[in-house]
Ligand binder design. Structure first.
Ligand SMILES: Cc1ncc(COP(=O)(O)O)c(C=O)c1O
Length: 393
């Protein structure tokens, strides 16, 4: 086995979940998904596709009609994105892995803004790249990025800058001005930006937003697509998982610079060959209901966030920043510095399932991540009661 693979850490979220195996009474908020099923129109479209016998290989880059619909969807949010720049992938994580295979090789330097969903840095490690980390910091109730620190870290030796905003686990969201400063710097250093924007629609409207709005507010968090040209060294990764409640479907897409789709098509051929046709039909149906479905989902999630956050911050010793995007509350409790041990204790003794912050890197140690995407918001209240009990309150 390659040394780089042997060294990959196992998921610490799974480690906590395994500690709760066999317990049916656990309130689980550890994984990044809602307990609500995929919309019926999407499920029906996939079932219809199977019933119609669509059981064959698809083009590497996806069904032409889905690519076209994705180009329309992205263009409506961010200004014109041509269909030639879209590649359909088998999930967001697959999109990110393909981007890493395209851009980073053995010995290359990748800079990542952390804490960060660990899959992104693991993918760089799988390619044999080295990862340099720049840490976000909580300041006055917000997670913030020190732009000067990032600029100092990204040099002409940096092949890829990995950014995930809205961020898992902190909810940190880049402003348009920060994106402009980062893009200008990366143009100077010749660095590729891999922007993981899978949570772009889960944006709660505070602060500067993307140019597109409807009556409910901004439709997406600021995106690098709002400001970059189609020849910039920018790859944006997307997913159907979060905005359409489709985590189990494994469908995502990439927006590439002009002229790069054929190379990604080759990589898709050698990885998965294509996303399944019936899954892509589900994706098409999701885009057709997006205009109604996504704002309603975001409103529900905002309600979940606004129900959980005040309860958490009212607990003595708890520090939490209200997330402007995503679906996670990232918080810490004074005196509980070992997040893995604390998360295991919470599940074993109190039936509360949270993700340990250390799963997102050493910078997350001492913190816990709570996914607030809950169909029934009262589950969140019950969770807080269990946490309060665990803290002896
Ligand atoms: C930051 C981030 N990027 C990408 C993904 C990938 O999502 P999926 O592979 O389900 O499309 C996730 C899932 O949790 C995530 O949190």
């Amino acid at each position: 086995m390659r040394e780089a693979i042997a060294r990959l850490p196992a998921s610490k979220i799974r480690e906590v979940a395994n500690a709760g195996i066999g317990r049916s009474d656990v309130l689980a908020f550890w994984f990044g998904e809602s307990d609500e099923v995929t919309p019926e129109a999407v499920r029906r479209a996939a079932a219809q596709s199977l019933s119609d016998g669509e059981t064959f290989y698809a083009p590497n880059l996806g069904l032409p009609e889905l690519r076209q619909a994705l180009a329309g969807y992205c263009s409506a949010l961010h200004g014109t994105v041509e269909v030639e720049r879209i590649a359909v992938t088998s999930s967001g994580v697959n999109a990110l892995m393909l981007a890493m295979q395209l851009l980073a090789g053995a010995g290359d330097e990748v800079v990542a803004v952390v804490p960060l969903w660990p899959n992104l840095t693991a993918q760089a490690a799988i390619m044999g790249a080295t990862v340099k980390r720049v840490a976000l910091r909580p300041q006055q109730g917000r997670w913030t990025l020190d732009l000067d620190e990032l600029r100092a870290a990204v040099t002409p030796a940096t092949r890829v800058l990995l950014l995930n905003a809205p961020n898992n686990p902190t909810g940190w969201t880049l402003t348009c001005e920060e994106q402009q400063a980062i893009l200008a710097h990366c143009r100077r250093t010749g660095t590729w930006i891999v922007a993981d924007e899978v949570y772009e629609r889960l944006h709660f409207g505070e602060g500067p937003a993307a140019p597109s709005f409807d009556e409910t507010g901004p439709l997406a968090a600021p995106s690098f697509l709002d400001i970059a040209g189609d020849e910039d060294r920018l790859v944006v990764a997307h997913s159907f998982s979060k905005s359409f409640l489709m985590t189990g479907w494994r469908l995502g897409w990439l927006v590439l610079p002009r002229g790069h789709a054929d190379a990604i098509g080759k990589l898709i051929e050698f990885n998965t060959s294509c996303a399944p046709v019936f899954v892509q039909r589900g994706g098409l149906a999701a885009l057709q209901i997006a205009a109604d479905f996504v704002p309603a989902l975001v409103q529900h999630l905002r309600g979940c966030r606004d129900r959980l956050l005040p309860q958490l911050s009212a607990l003595p010793g708890v520090e939490v920043a209200s997330p402007p995007g995503g679906m996670y509350a990232f918080f810490r409790v004074q005196g509980r510095d070992d997040s893995l041990a604390f998360a295991k204790q919470l599940v074993q003794q109190h039936g509360l399932g949270l993700a340990p912050g250390v799963a997102f890197g050493d910078e997350g140690e001492g913190w816990l991540r709570w996914c607030f995407a809950s169909r029934d918001p009262q589950r969140l209240d019950a969770g807080v009661q269990r946490l309060a009990r665990a803290l002896g309150l």
